[in-house]
Design a protein around this ligand. Sequence first.
Ligand SMILES: *[C@@H]1O[C@H](CO)[C@@H](O)[C@H](O)[C@H]1NC(C)=O
Ligand SMILES: *[C@@H]1O[C@H](CO)[C@@H](O)[C@H](O)[C@H]1NC(C)=O
Length: 323
Amino acid sequence: MAPGGAPARSFVAVVLAVVALSAIVAVAGTKKALSTVDVEEELDAARAAIRRAARQHRRGGGGDVGSSNWLRFYGGEADYDLLSRVYRNPAAFYRSYVEMERRFKVYVYEEGEPPILHEGPCKNIYTIEGRFIEQLELMSPSDAGGGVRTWDPTRAHAFFLPFSVSQMVKFVYRPPSQDRAPLRAIVADYVRVVAGRHPFWNRSAGADHFMLSCHDWGPYASRGQPELYTNAIRALCNANTSEGFRPGKDVSVPEINLYDGDMPRELLAQAPGLESRPLLAFFAGGRHGHVRDLLLRHWKGRDAATFPVYEYDLPAAGDYYSE
Ligand SMILES: *[C@@H]1O[C@H](CO)[C@@H](O)[C@H](O)[C@H]1NC(C)=O
Ligand SMILES: *[C@@H]1O[C@H](CO)[C@@H](O)[C@H](O)[C@H]1NC(C)=O
């Protein structure tokens, strides 16, 4: 998890960190011609710093990781040996996070109108979609110093397409047709507009652009534009390889069920220390797909102290937000 701060904010940071990593890898060499500030040089510097940290760690130096920086990153309680077993190269991971915080800038396209653009659900099971759009869009130029959003697209490392697939389903889809063509048409049209008005989409064929969707139909909607589907970074709650999710470029997004739209106290508080977080994992949900079936078969009722697994039946005493 991200260091410090309210979890809502950290969530945005974590998604962006993974987007940043995909962007760093995806688009070497595409930005030269258009940049005033040399974004390409910044990316080169970031890659070099990550490689340096990774090398140092492989030589056994520990790099940044042995330092107090890394300990703070993990809330001051990091166990170095444990981290080395969890991450292939914890130093590279940490350095890429630092580089993201220091440099990463996102440009949000301003084209389009609510409710389908620039707005998403902020309560219920698709919360993350609206919250992400809102938190990114509400960053004002006055936080520009520390914030990730830039209003100058020539300085951006990544470009956000602020559409909401959940809103498309709510306002455009006609149940019970199961016809998703209108969703694909909206996505295709939006990309056509921004690619026509700005030079950035064509420059990378979409590879430094990203979308986010928590709706199960996010992957289908992204099929509306072949470059979006194939090249762009898709941050999806439905991170199902059967729906075209590619772990090397796409980003898996967790789902939070915000019952009434208010952030509960438990999620706003500083994340508790590791010693009061004994659970390895937590699952509550239904049997969609064979992975969940296997999960429920192997883990339900097996070891509630390590990995509690429920179907839709959270125990009355259970507290979704603090579990
Ligand atoms: C990008 O490519 C599309 C398709 O070829 C074209 O219609 C559009 O005008 C191009 N955009 C720019 C800004 O040149
Ligand atoms: C994910 O994949 C499984 C297996 O192919 C499928 O049964 C399930 O419906 C998919 N889930 C979603 C949400 O697309």
